[in-house]
Ligand binder design. Structure first.
Ligand code: ADP
Length: 266
């Protein structure tokens, strides 16, 4: 807390005194610090792929371009890095829209079971390659509900993609949706993968926070997936939480207000 004093004199009238201003600078400082940290992170995340691209282009220029096999490999690397940068910039743009409340949530009647089946379809090739087994369980009571399909798809894609990335070959993932107290729909994405150490759990939703930066990068991650998921769920009026045990697995649960089609006229 900052204190500042200003003496005021008022000649002639005899009035005067002191104004004391109490200002909470700690919150302000914290905000400024996290803003600076964010800018530093963004710069670093962009500089890394750019440096890689530059060095591969230089190698091509220095002669690798004459060797078709090598040239092919180097072009592949620069393309991968470019794609990662595009993903990063898209994620950042989306976060900034969510932050400035420019995102309107447009809910539409959605068949939850069908939505979950389609997420599984999108990851089926990846899961087959790594022999990961996935199970989907949907509450019978849960039919069609109102939600922003594109955005909830994105939440599911981020969570399932993490479950796949951080689960070893032969692991299993489960996707569940259930109604709670007729008011909430609870969606769970659970895996039996590498898990997260206890000390990292409270920062896991922070932007760019990763348990293992190198591992996340090599998997193509941007470190923004969970932050985006949280913002989208919040914009729906829901909550999200993560539980994890190192070497046992991870469970992410998010809730959405259960608004059925019949009473969703508002
Ligand atoms: P990333 O792009 O790195 O996956 P996220 O924001 O989606 O970024 O996740 C942040 C970090 O949380 C990851 O880097 C990883 O360390 C950890 N994490 C997320 N989901 C899981 C999971 N299912 N199992 C193990 N670790 C996870």
């Amino acid at each position: 807390v900052k204190l500042s004093f200003t003496r005021i004199h008022s000649r002639g009238t005899g009035a005067g005194g002191t104004i004391v201003v109490l200002q909470d600078v700690t919150e302000q400082e914290k905000l400024e610090l996290s803003r600076r940290e964010f800018v530093a992170n963004v710069s670093h995340e962009l500089r890394t792929p750019l440096t890689t691209i530059k060095s591969y282009l230089e190698a091509l220029e220095d002669g690798a371009i004459e060797e078709p096999q090598l040239a092919h490999k180097f072009v592949g690397v620069t393309r991968n890095e470019t794609e990662r940068m595009i993903r990063l910039v898209n994620d950042l743009l989306q976060l900034s829209r969510l932050d400035s409340k420019q995102v309107t949530i447009s809910k539409e009647p959605t068949d939850v079971a069908e939505m979950l089946d389609e997420v599984v379809d999108r990851f089926s090739v990846q899961m087959l390659q790594r022999q990961i087994d996935i199970r989907v369980e949907v509450d019978h009571a849960l039919g069609v509900m109102m939600l922003d399909r594109d955005r909830i798809d994105q939440v599911l894609d981020n969570l399932v993609s993490n479950a796949v990335k951080y689960t070893g070959e032969g692991g299993s993932i489960s996707l569940r949706a259930a109604v709670q107290d007729a008011k909430w729909v609870e969606v769970t994405v659970q895996d039996n993968g590498i898990g997260i150490p206890k000390k990292d759990l409270n920062r896991i939703f922070d932007r760019f926070y990763r348990v293992d930066k190198a591992r996340s990068r090599s998997m193509g991650g941007t470190g923004l997936g969970l932050s985006i998921a949280r913002e989208i769920v919040k914009a729906h009026g829901g909550t999200i939480m993560l539980e994890s045990e190192l070497n046992q697995g991870t469970k992410v649960v998010f809730t959405l207000p259960y608004q059925m089609e019949e009473n969703a006229a508002v």
